[in-house]
Every structure is written in structure tokens, then in C-alpha cells.
Write a protein that binds this ligand. Structure first.
Ligand SMILES: [Mn+2]
Length: 238
């Protein structure tokens, strides 16, 4: 059984989601063939020194317990936690995956993405994404004391909330052309991503082949995961 989750947006303040998360880690995830976290595990992550915080440390310990029990953990960056780095991976036993990555799941090449790169109608966001993924800018940001980084990130989130509120719902979803292009470029018939918070299974045909796009749920309300057992995928919601 392979498990896929994303968009948990964990933070110390949201105890309901946190309880579900720890329950999932100690229950469902134990004994899985692998757990894939496809981005936005944390509401915000301004650098691996966040591990000093009690809550982040507890999350890391629960991942470490899972990997020690023999279940591999794969982590992909989202748009809120793309600064998860080597220290976090060392502390948890996680392997960081590039976005996008194709993995073999029960013999089926499966394209994994966070999903934000498919939202190409949101030009403003794509421009912001390019800036924030610049290594040099990241190094400058990470050299700032933790308090300063938190302050900057709170300001950025405030601004982003304003911008998102003014955007029509369509541009916040994936672009159909970008989805088709991703299927073509990677030559796969199955894709799994999160980010849009619109869980579901979408079937489409690209170049005469049937393709499946699975969108993971967020963990606000109610939360859930995608499970693939012997090649059969299903979305489970709490
Ligand atoms: Mn996201």
C-alpha cells in the first residue's frame, strides 16, 4: 500500500488537523510500502531552524518513528514549505523529491507534483514562484535571523491573502493545457498532485491514451489521503 498526502498546512494552532495527522502517522501509515508527502506539509516553513520549535520537532519525530519502523518517506516541496531542507530530511529520514518526479507505483509510472506549476493562468503567482525558487535569494533569506524571516513571511502571507481574495476561482485551478503537456512530456497515464484543494479523480484522453489525474485533499476539513493498493487507487476522506 502506497500513501499520498499533501496540503496539511500543519501549524501549532490547528489542533484538529494535528490530531488527525498524528493519528494517521501512528495508524494508517504504519506498515505502508511508502508515504509520499506532496507539498505544503506545513503552513509555513522559513528554514530548518524551525525544528527547534516544539510543534515542528514533534512532527519531525513522528516521521522519524515511521521511517525507523521501515516505511520510506518521500517529501516534495509545496509553495509554503519549499525551504524544508537537508536538516529536516536528516531528522526525519525523508528523501526529498524534485517537483516533478516520476515514480513506479505497483508497476505504473506515476507523475508526482505539488500542483502549483500546473496553475499557469495565475501569472502573478508563477512570477512569484520563480523569484522564491532562486537559490541566491533563498541563501540571503536564510541568512536572516529566524525572527526576521518570520516577520517577512507573515507580511508576504498577508499580501498573498489579499491577492488571492481578488482572483477568480478558475485561475486558481490547474490549466488544462498544462495538464496535457505534463502527461505528454513525462509519457505517463497517471498523475497525482495537490495544491488546488479540489480533491478528485479526473479522466481525460491525451494523444489517444486514457489518463488519470488524482488531486489530493487538504487537511482543513475533513482531510484525507490517496491510497494505492495493488495498482488500484482510491481517495479516502475522513
Ligand atoms: Mn500549495
Amino acid at each position: 500500500m502506497h500513501l499520498f498526502i499533501s496540503d496539511l498546512h500543519l501549524s501549532a494552532e490547528r489542533s484538529e488537523a494535528n490530531e488527525k495527522f498524528f493519528g494517521f502517522m501512528e495508524g494508517k501509515a504504519r506498515g505502508a510500502a511508502a508515504l509520499y508527502v506532496l507539498g505544503d506539509l506545513f503552513e509555513v516553513w522559513v528554514g530548518d531552524d524551525e525544528l527547534k520549535e516544539k510543534f515542528s520537532g514533534t512532527v519531525a519525530s513522528s516521521f522519524a518513528a515511521l521511517t525507523k519502523s521501515g516505511t520510506p518517506l518521500y517529501l516534495m516541496h509545496g509553495n509554503r514549505d519549499f525551504l524544508l531542507g537537508k536538516r529536516f530530511c536528516r531528522a526525519t529520514g525523508a528523501t526529498l523529491l524534485e517537483d516533478p518526479t516520476v515514480v513506479d507505483i505497483d508497476g505504473e509510472p506515476t507523475l508526482l507534483m505539488h500542483g502549483d506549476t500546473l496553475c499557469t493562468d495565475d501569472l502573478e503567482y508563477q512570477a512569484w514562484r520563480r523569484k522564491t525558487r532562486n537559490r541566491l535569494l533563498q541563501a540571503v533569506f536564510l541568512a536572516t535571523p529566524l525572527g526576521g524571516r518570520r516577520w517577512i513571511s507573515a507580511k508576504v502571507r498577508e499580501k498573498s491573502k489579499e491577492l488571492v481574495a481578488g482572483k477568480p476561482a478558475e485561475i486558481m485551478d490547474v490549466n488544462d493545457g498544462a495538464v496535457r503537456e505534463a502527461f505528454r512530456r513525462h509519457g505517463v497515464t497517471r498523475m497525482i498532485h495537490g495544491h488546488t484543494h479540489r480533491p478528485g479523480k479526473h479522466e481525460l484522453e491525451v494523444d489517444g491514451r486514457r489518463r488519470e489525474r488524482w488531486v489530493l485533499p487538504d487537511w482543513y476539513d475533513p482531510g484525507g489521503y490517496l491510497e494505492i493498493t495493488q495498482g488500484k487507487a482510491s481517495l479516502v476522506s475522513y
